[in-house]
Design a protein around this ligand. Structure first.
Ligand SMILES: [Fe+2]
Length: 304
C-alpha cells in the first residue's frame, strides 16, 4: 500500500488558547504556538482559529512520486483538480472542505512498547513483584495519532474522494448508517467518515502503549476536570481497540486508544463490520447519547 501513515491533522476551533491548554494536559507537547508533537510522530496536531469546530486538513505519508502521480490521475477522474508539488500533492474533499495533503517521506518504525508481565489463570508471569502499571506515577503520553473521525454532509462522496481519489483502503463499513472505516497505513482505521448534517470533527484518537496507559492517562485528565469525561473505558467491536473518550473545550471528542487491529493483507482481512459481536463496544459503560449525536451539531449546521 503506497500510503503509509497519517502524519497530522489540522483542527479549526473558536477557543484556541483553551484548546491548546487542554491538549498540553492531554500529553501532547506544544513545539510552537498551536502545533503539538507526539512521542513517535512529530508534529501531529495543528490548532487554528475558526468560527466553528471542524477538520481543516489532514496529511498522509506516501513512498514516492509515482504515488503522487497515481492520486493526481485518480482525482482527475473524479473531476477534482489537485495542486501538485515536487514532493507533495494537495486536494480538497468537496463534501467536507477538508484539505488532504500527500507528502513523500520515509516510513517510520516505532520503538516497541514494553510488555508488562501479567498473571492469569494457569499463566503466572509476574511473581513476587508488583505490576509496573501501579508503580508508574506519571501520566503516560500518546505515542502518535491513531485516527480522526469526521462528519460529512455527503459521506459517499467523501468516501470516493479518499478511497478512489487518494488511495485509502476500506477496512470496515456500517451500511446502516453509511459509515466507512478507512486506512492510510496498516492501522485498521486512520479515518472514519460518517454522515452528518454539517462537516465537523467527531473525534481524534491517540495511540497509547496499552490499556493501562489508556486508563491512567484518562484518569489523570478526569481527576483534574470531571467534565472532560465522555465515555470509557471500554473496547470497541469494530477495530477491537480499547477506548476512553474525553471532550476538549471546543466540543471535539478525543480518545486515548490502544490495541487497534492491524491490517496487512487485504486478501486475509474480511471487510465486515458485523463480524464483531457488538460493533460499537464489546464492553464498556453504556454509550452516552451525546457521543452518538453531539449536542452542538444541529447548531453547527445552522452556522452558530
Ligand atoms: Fe475512535
Amino acid at each position: 500500500m503506497p500510503l503509509h501513515r497519517l502524519r497530522s491533522v489540522t483542527i479549526g476551533l473558536p477557543c484556541v488558547d483553551a484548546a491548546c491548554a487542554f491538549y498540553a494536559d492531554f500529553g501532547l507537547v506544544q513545539s510552537r504556538p498551536g502545533r503539538f508533537e507526539t512521542c513517535d510522530g512529530g508534529e501531529q496536531l495543528c490548532i487554528e482559529s475558526a468560527s466553528q469546530r471542524r477538520l481543516i486538513a489532514l496529511s498522509v505519508g506516501v513512498d514516492d512520486c509515482d504515488d503522487l502521480g497515481r492520486a493526481e490521475t485518480a482525482l482527475a477522474r473524479l473531476g477534482i483538480t489537485a495542486r501538485r508539488g515536487e514532493r507533495d500533492l494537495d486536494a480538497v474533499d468537496p463534501a467536507t472542505g477538508v484539505r488532504a495533503r500527500l507528502v513523500i517521506e520515509p516510513r517510520r518504525t516505532q520503538k516497541p512498547a514494553p510488555v508488562l508481565a501479567t498473571n492469569a489463570p494457569g499463566r503466572t508471569q509476574r511473581i513476587d513483584a508488583r505490576s509496573a502499571a501501579v508503580l508508574e506515577g506519571h501520566a503516560p503520553r500518546p505515542r502518535r495519532i491513531s485516527h480522526v473521525v469526521v462528519g460529512s454532509a455527503d459521506a459517499a462522496a467523501s468516501r470516493r474522494f479518499f478511497v478512489e481519489g487518494l488511495g485509502f483502503r476500506v477496512s470496515d463499513e456500517v451500511p446502516a448508517i453509511g459509515a466507512s472505516f478507512l486506512r492510510c497505513s496498516t492501522d485498521h482505521h486512520n479515518l472514519l467518515v460518517q454522515p452528518a448534517p454539517v462537516p465537523f470533527v467527531h473525534h481524534t484518537a491517540w495511540e497509547m502503549d496499552d490499556v493501562d496507559a489508556v486508563g491512567r492517562a484518562a484518569a489523570v485528565m478526569v481527576a483534574a476536570d470531571p467534565s472532560r469525561h465522555v465515555w470509557g473505558i471500554g473496547r470497541h467491536g469494530i477495530g477491537s481497540n480499547y477506548f476512553w473518550y474525553l471532550r476538549d473545550p471546543a466540543g471535539n471528542f478525543c480518545e486515548y486508544t490502544s490495541d487497534l487491529d492491524v491490517v496487512v493483507d487485504d486478501e486475509v482481512w474480511k471487510v465486515s463490520a458485523s463480524a464483531a459481536a457488538h460493533p460499537l463496544a464489546a464492553w464498556g459503560p453504556p454509550v452516552p447519547a451525546s457521543f452518538l449525536a453531539p449536542e452542538d451539531v444541529v447548531a453547527l449546521a445552522r452556522g452558530g
